[in-house]
Design a binder for this molecule. Sequence first.
Ligand SMILES: Cc1ncc(COP(=O)(O)O)c(C=O)c1O
Length: 478
Amino acid sequence: MAETHPVVGWETESPVPDGYQFNAYLQARNGRLYFEDLNLASLFGQETPAVRPLPSPLEVVYLPLIRQKIAFMNQVFAEVTAEVGYTGRFYYTYASKANAAEEVIRTTLSAGAHHEMSSTIDVDIAKLMIQQGRLASDRMIVCNGFKAAGSQYAANILQLRQLHKNVVPVIEAMGELSSFISSGHSFDVGLRLKSYGHHANEKEMRAANSRFGLGLDDIWKAADYIAAAPNLRLVMYHNMVGSQIVDPEAFVRWLKPGAEVYARLRQRHDTLHIFNFGGGMPVGMTLDFAFDYHDFVRRLLTMLQETCRRYNVPPPDIMGEYGRYTTSEHGAHLFSIITAKENDSKLPWYIIDGSIMSSFPDSWALGEHFIVLPLNHLDKPFQRVQLGGITCDSDDVYPPKPSPSPLYLPVDTDGLLVGFFSVGAYQEMLGGVRGSKHCVLPEAYELIIERDHKGDYAFQILQGQTPDDVLRNLGYQI
Ligand SMILES: Cc1ncc(COP(=O)(O)O)c(C=O)c1O
């Protein structure tokens, strides 16, 4: 059987044919790479610039893609719900940990998403969004993460409840309940089951080694405490099983043992109505990605129907907390090739004017693959190469070590520009925004792109760090 590998870019020495579509949003046109209808090389002043020429490296934030992802998932659920006659509702929720930038949160909210959070600063972000009228009262704010009694996060959630009725703390540990019971506020609450990973049955789930969620026995106890508390109402059951699960059949199979627990809990607590499967929804980070979202939703809905029928309870409303799915594709990071180096290494080195490892930490830490394509010279011959960052770090390379994936880029490196794509989830948050970076590299400029219904673009430029910014940040008096 042929060996498969993540397809990170163009894989032959021949030029890319004109009009070639790499994925839903990247296309070759006249030797240039277009992001939808935007010629990316033009951002640097090559040909007619769409915006004033910007310096390399450059982060691109393409907000319309976030709206498209949310609309698509809502549509898939609507279609399959009608098809299988499902009686529950679907709640699309954005998991803000994937990317907490202001423009991202405001975009997910304006696209109708509910909001999920995991820490106390997240609460401050939600408060700001409420004050600005962006987080409407009908939206649920789901509070995941550790919120021990007495913690700043727990206290901040209580303050948030004064501004917004629809706050749903999801209990991770028994000790978290007391702050809400004694708060004097009414709360809809959730319970998170320790369900992370693949468990064929409840016995395996009980033995799972995960710091997230309550064990099975505690779930029942916590549900009884909530039922006994006059100000709390159990509405949500949280059952996240993993991240970037690329097989619909496996995804639903992993969720099934937890669905059985949901149905049994629902028999005893009839306020319970939301089955929250958390994150894990995959998205294309390489060009070989194929996931049938309709198939996943069909399997999920029918599994829940069948399970609930056996226990004689109504099928639940469904919530997904979409982090990577919402934001991965809207983010790209563009670089110039500053030198092509032949030093008798196994392949030529193309060196970029930035760092791969600090821009995309998952690449060196987890061996994660992302799409890499040239922005110009697509109509010229390619060769197999390796990319190197400008830092002095031996791990600052791409494809990641070790990787079976070949990377081809144009032989002509004159003015060559390259882009990393589908890097909008987690990478910036893990690498840190502003601050000091590896080998004291400054933060790149950022271009935030919007597009109206007529297809016209609007741009906002965020200045990168100056050398003085970096020095000051490190404590130098200048
Ligand atoms: C509770 C919870 N919800 C949602 C997410 C988002 O997951 P993903 O990015 O796979 O959608 C995570 C990620 O760690 C999580 O911990």
